[in-house]
Design a protein around this ligand. Structure first.
Ligand code: AMP
Length: 608
């Protein structure tokens, strides 16, 4: 590697050193971010100072927090007028950005953010706007609609963010942006983020930004001759399944897996340990002494897998490190080069595997450019591969035990006794012993888990959606509901409406998303019963939101939302099986069953 690999990849500054509000710093700590990403370290002070900002940054760099954290720190919660307007090219991004604001404002009681985008019921948005929101995140078309109807007023606006400006240009929103900018007060602050800087975006910047600070993350190049790079297009909760398959099939000596947060290091280490891998977390919350101990165990071979954040892995030099997995994509190419430099050491060959989502493909191209290598797409091992590998390893162990001349005579005696006492054949005894040997970690049957129909449908939708994002995002069909895949980090609630009222899961999602700042995507599993239903909502929803949801009506009946109390009456209102109007709930049930078959331990069904 030509790069000096002791160079820190992120700023050494901490969040606490930035003049962010204490509530925001606390939220960032809760989320588990260790240090600001480079774009954050550079942008946050400028935005806090009130300067306009031109940020050359793409998805994955942490750009959302780069503007959300300082903007939240400056909000005046005593006024419910919109103070920040964020324009995004697609409704998906609008939802994501609104969720990010919500996450970072978790210690700001009374804070409201409202996503507004095409394809969503106008009435809900109008009600939300009437109620008041401090931050509006929207797609240009819908924001224009609201400005024209005067349902959105920008008199108190303090700041505008143009997010993914080049995407908005690509989708033909330039004139809309110009028009919206003209409706904003003269003295507002503007932050424009764009992955590239085409002429028209430069023109918008020149017209609407006053003496902007420019923030750009330099892409360093580095040669990585001793490292084979691969990419695996995988996202969300499929990452854990993909990782497990790779760990089963890919021959590795030691491996470091990079994630973005301290919390994720611990969670992933626990999940891998539970699946029988020798894994441990390495993060900045651990004392220096503890970190050294963990690294020492890795060097000595009592540990094979480290799950680390960038900060914790800085300067790590372990010769046996054969593999690096970028479980979460890094913020920039420099961080990537630094991460993969943990392998291919002392002249050995290393393998670097990157998990990336479709949305992160631009970062993937930048990485290829920075490492001057094409990154081959990796085929994910099939369950058949996993099964074959496990059986091969088992056979090798049997042969090795015999080759090593282990003391087996006493066992031969037991076999002889079994044979005479029970008239058993050697084949039957060996088969029974094989079964006993693998029973705690059964060989997989080699079959791929059925992808739930809903998931297949969503994937098709997503692909179609990605192809023609703009149009559909603004004018197209109903918003895609891409809700959380499991109920982790969620609380189960009971609502007082059920099949007797003729409701569907969609009615509940619509009512809750429209009447609160919980987006449809954040609503978990729904189950319909005859007289009531259950619904999972994210932990930490504030009391006033829960209160207001009590009175929301669906089919003319108040939800009367309450935390679910298991009163044993479930058999009285057992859900009906099959598809039909409440089918969605059951498909989500099946979603929850895609767990690790290796141990026969399927993903626990929280509501079973
Ligand atoms: P973005 O580039 O804004 O789309 O952010 C990409 C991902 O990085 C999001 O999942 C964020 O939660 C995460 N992220 C943003 N800032 C940080 C940080 N300082 N440390 C760790 N993760 C972060």
């Amino acid at each position: 590697m030509s790069e000096n690999d002791t160079t820190p990849t992120e700023s050494m500054i901490t969040f606490a050193e930035l003049p962010l509000s204490p509530a925001v710093i606390k939220a960032v700590q809760d989320v588990g971010y260790e240090t600001p990403s480079p774009i954050q370290a550079q942008s946050i002070p400028q935005i806090l100072e009130g300067r306009d900002l031109l940020g050359l940054a793409q998805t994955g760099t942490g750009k959302t927090a780069a503007f959300a954290l300082p903007m939240l720190s400056k909000l005046d919660l005593s006024s419910s007028e919109p103070q920040v307007l964020v324009l995004t090219p697609t409704r998906e991004l609008a939802i994501q950005v609104a969720e990010a604001f919500q996450r970072y404002a978790r210690h700001m009681p009374g804070f409201h953010v409202l996503p507004v985008y095409g394809g969503q019921d106008m009435r809900g948005q109008l009600r939300g706007l009437k109620r008041g929101a401090h931050v509006i995140v929207g797609t240009p078309g819908r924001v224009m609609d609201h400005l024209r109807r005067e349902s959105l007023k920008l008199d108190s606006l303090k700041a505008v963010v143009l997010d993914e400006a080049d995407e908005m240009l690509r989708m033909g929103f330039v004139d809309d942006i110009e028009w919206i900018m003209e409706q904003t007060p003269e003295e507002r602050q503007v932050a424009l983020f764009s992955a590239t800087m085409p002429r028209q975006i430069r023109k918008i910047a020149d017209t609407h930004l006053k003496n902007p600070a420019t923030v750009e993350i330099k892409a360093k190049t580095a040669t990585v001759d001793t490292i084979t790079q691969k990419v695996c297009m995988v996202s969300g909760f499929h990452k854990l399944d993909a990782l497990t398959r790779i760990l089963e099939v890919e021959p590795f000596d030691a491996m470091i897996i990079f994630v973005r947060t301290k919390t994720a290091t611990v969670e992933l280490a626990e999940k891998l340990e539970a699946r029988g891998f020798a894994a441990a977390a390495l993060n900045g919350d651990m004392s220096q002494g503890l970190r050294e101990k963990v690294v020492d165990r890795l060097k000595k071979g009592s540990l094979d897998i480290l799950i680390a954040t960038d900060v914790a892995a800085r300067g790590l030099d372990v010769e046996r490190m054969s593999h690096v997995v970028n479980y979460d994509i890094p913020y920039d190419t420099e961080a990537y080069v630094h991460r993969i430099g943990r392998t291919g050491r002392a002249g050995r060959q290393g393998v670097a595997i990157l998990f990336a989502t479709h949305r992160e493909r631009r970062m993937l191209r930048s990485i290829e450019h920075a490492t001057r290598q094409r990154i081959e797409t990796m085929r994910l091992p099939s369950m058949r591969d996993v099964r074959d590998m496990r059986i091969r390893a088992f056979k090798e162990e049997v042969v090795k035990t015999l080759e090593l001349g282990e003391e087996l005579d006493a066992f031969r005696g037991v076999i002889a006794e079994l044979e005479t006492e029970h008239a058993l054949s050697h084949e039957d005894m060996a088969a029974a012993l094989c079964f006993m040997a693998q029973k705690d970690r059964p060989f997989p049957d080699g079959k791929e888990p059925e992808r739930p129909q809903r998931e297949r449908r969503e994937r098709n939708d997503r692909e179609r959606n990605d192809r023609d994002r703009g149009e559909r995002g603004e004018r197209g069909a109903r918003p895609r509901r891409d809700r959380k895949e499991d109920n982790e980090g969620m609380v189960r609630y009971r609502v007082d409406v059920g099949r007797d009222q003729g409701i569907t899961p969609g009615d509940l999602v619509g009512a809750i998303a429209n009447e609160s700042n919980i987006s449809g995507k954040n609503i978990g599993h729904i189950r319909l019963f005859d007289t009531c239903s259950s619904i999972y909502l994210p932990e930490g929803v504030d009391a006033s939101t829960l209160d207001s949801l009590k009175n929301v009506k669906v089919r003319n009946k108040a939800l009367d939302l309450k935390v679910w109390v298991d009163d044993g009456r479930r058999e009285n209102f057992r859900p009906r099986r099959g598809r039909g109007r409440d089918g969605e709930g059951f498909k989500r049930d099946r979603d929850n069953r895609g767990g690790d078959k290796r141990q026969g331990s399927r993903r626990p069904r929280r509501d079973a």
